[in-house]
Design a protein around this ligand. Structure first.
Ligand code: F6R
Length: 607
């Protein structure tokens, strides 16, 4: 995913574009660039690597002009070099692009056959060259845009400026989100409302297939058939302050400390504290009769869905299928008539999850999305949505959004259980009470994090780490391994504790820390005995448990981190926090880039 931004205004565009790109850098940080119109001509500055490199270039070679576009790149086609950095263009037009032009090779061949010479390997350059082709033949920017868009297959958010058209920018969206911001005698375009937060809170979201002519006095929207359309201007909830780091070193650290508030806000939406009942949002299907749920997502969101699977089965007795979205979409899934799907996503833009959503809808499933970004593609394309109340998440590794997803899935499981007549009012009251206590436990855990920092000092020395868990804590073991890998680049694997002796136990040696999630509860004895098997073979056991489980584990574990004692139902939510914290501290000790780990981007809007 890349971040794009544009401004048509009356003061220098470059500083505002840079500021907006800073807020978009979480979307990609392989290279960055800006182009503006200077006396009717297009000028650009670009740099490989992080935005700071572009800032240095701009310090040396200032860029005037009040109309401009900017881009921060997550490379797909072409290496992350300055040459391949956006904006791309010609003397007539300059383009920034988020997404993938799938038929770029065909378009490139067609244009090359006409003698056009390309400068880069990027798919985006084909858009610029096509636009240029029409402009050279005398088309207006609007005419060239309309003709070009009709030739493009794939996903894109585009912003374009045109030589000789000083106060004009054209934006287009298909597949990739794009927001148009309204200022005072200035207008903006951005990949998300967050980027525009300090500039304006008045936003119109472009719809699928839309393109818009943006001038300093407003925007005219067109649909995919070039018909003039109106798009409502809304006030976003984002303020500039909501997207700062505050007093924290990293966004991730700030977001980890937001767990208690986010969990509280999310649970308050879906639990009535007086009746101790789950409050279901409007659903596109009847949970009392739905024959099967298909859960799908990517990455950490998929692991949240995996925990959801345990809950929907145990509490609501609903048959559940769950799959990674990139697999589900090519698996030719068999789904029942009248079935429903639950998609889980922080961004609501992950390409594979979105494609799986569309497939499941085609297959006749009613789709409910658990999303953090209202107005996202998934929120808009689903039959129903349940919002997590996590606020903006900027750190590339998901933290508070993950536990908020768990909180929502837990409430849905309770509501579905009641609707199906398999969860008594007393059990529902007991379980909602357990959920409502989680924010306070999370706060206590975050205040007493020294044990986790000590553990991090051990883990940072390892080359490989194993995470173990059972039942609904198995996906949290996977989450621990995923976070450690992506943040610290230490190899880690998550396993179901019972699966150890079917292979992974061969890895056990004193150089491989085994980190286990083993709180008291029905699966405690089983997990503890798997850990003893590993300890007996020289494994170094480090456990997260509670005050009840700690004494027996201390007999063989090298380190025991004691977490608050909670109902086993909510243990996955609480245990997610220390495994994320552990990965954070290890990454800080290793000195890796915590908020922007190498090769990653916050939302993966390409397949
Ligand atoms: C890992 C992480 C990713 C995301 C995944 C899905 O820490 O953040 O694995 O969970 O890319 O993203 P969303 O939730 O936006 O669909």
């Amino acid at each position: 995913m890349c971040g794009i931004v544009g401004v048509v205004g009356r003061v220098d565009a470059a500083p505002r574009l840079l500021e907006a790109l800073r807020r978009l850098e979480y979307r990609g940080y392989d290279s960055a660039g800006i182009a503006t119109l200077v006396n009717g001509h297009i000028e650009r500055r670009r740099a490989e690597g992080k935005l700071i490199n572009l800032e240095h270039v701009l310090d040396r070679h200032a860029l005037p002009g009040t109309t401009g576009i900017g881009h921060t790149r997550w490379a797909t086609h072409g290496a992350p070099t300055e040459r391949n950095a956006h904006p791309h263009g010609t003397t007539r037009v300059s383009v920034v692009h988020n997404g993938i032009i799938e038929n770029h090779a065909e378009l490139r061949a067609e244009l090359e056959a006409e003698g056009v010479v390309f400068e880069t390997e990027t798919d985006t350059e084909t858009v610029a060259r096509l636009l240029d082709h029409h402009l050279a033949a005398g088309a207006t920017p609007e005419g060239a845009t309309s003709a070009t868009l009709k030739r493009l297959n794939g996903a894109f958010g585009l912003a374009m400026i045109f030589a000789g058209h000083g106060r004009k920018m054209i934006a287009a969206r298909r597949g990739s989100p794009l927001a148009v911001g309204y200022g005072e005698e200035e207008m903006f375009v951005g990949s998300d409302a967050l980027a525009l937060a300090p500039l304006t809170r008045r936003i119109a979201y472009m719809e699928e297939g839309d393109w818009a002519v943006v001038t300093d006095s407003g925007a005219q929207f067109f649909d995919a058939e070039d018909r003039k359309v109106e798009r409502a201007v809304k006030l976003t909830a984002f303020s500039g302050a909501a997207v700062g780091k505050g007093n924290y070193r990293h966004f991730m650290e700030k977001e980890l400390h937001e767990h208690p508030v986010v969990l509280g806000d999310t649970l308050r939406q879906y639990i009535d504290p007086s009746s101790r009942a789950a409050v279901l949002p409007e659903l596109p299907f009847d949970p009392a009769v739905v024959p099967r749920l298909t859960l799908s997502a990517c990455g950490s969101a998929y692991l949240a869905a995996q925990v959801g699977r345990y809950w929907f089965e145990q509490i609501a007795r609903i048959p559940v299928d769950s799959d990674i979205a990139s697999e589900l979409r090519y698996r030719e899934p068999v789904v029942p008539k009248g079935g429903a799907a639950v998609m889980v996503s922080q961004s609501g833009e992950t390409a594979d999850t979105l494609a799986a959503l569309r497939l499941l809808k085609q297959l006749g499933q009613k789709v409910l999305s658990v999303v953090n970004v209202d107005e996202s593609s998934m929120a808009r394309e689903s039959d129903g949505k349940v919002l997590t109340v996590a606020g903006p998440e900027i750190g590339v590794a998901s933290t508070k959004a993950f536990t908020a997803q768990l909180a929502v899935l837990a409430c849905l499981a309770l509501g579905f259980g009641r609707a199906r007549g398999v969860l008594s009012a007393e059990d529902e009251a007991r379980l909602t009470a357990a959920l409502l206590e989680v924010p306070a436990h999370a706060a206590a855990l975050l205040e007493n994090g020294e044990d986790i920092q000590d553990l991090a000092r051990e883990v940072v020395q390892a080359r490989d780490v194993l995470f173990l868990g059972r039942g609904s804590l198995y996906p949290i073991a996977l989450e621990g391994a995923l976070k450690l890998k992506e943040l610290s680049y230490i190899h880690a694997e998550g396993y179901a504790a019972g699966e150890m002796k079917h292979g992974p136990i061969a890895l056990i040696d004193p150089a491989v820390p085994v980190i286990a999630l083993c709180p008291s509860g029905p699966l405690f004895e089983k997990t503890a005995s798997n850990l003893q098997e590993a300890a007996a073979r020289g494994g170094r056991i480090m456990v997260f448990t509670d005050a009840i489980g700690a004494p027996s584990l201390r007999r063989f574990a090298e380190r025991v981190v004691v977490l608050p004692t909670v109902d086993p139902f909510v243990a996955p939510i609480l245990h997610a926090i220390p495994v994320q914290l552990l990965a954070y501290h290890v990454a800080v000790l290793k000195g890796t880039d915590v908020d922007q780990p190498r090769n990653l981007a916050k939302a993966v809007t390409v397949e």
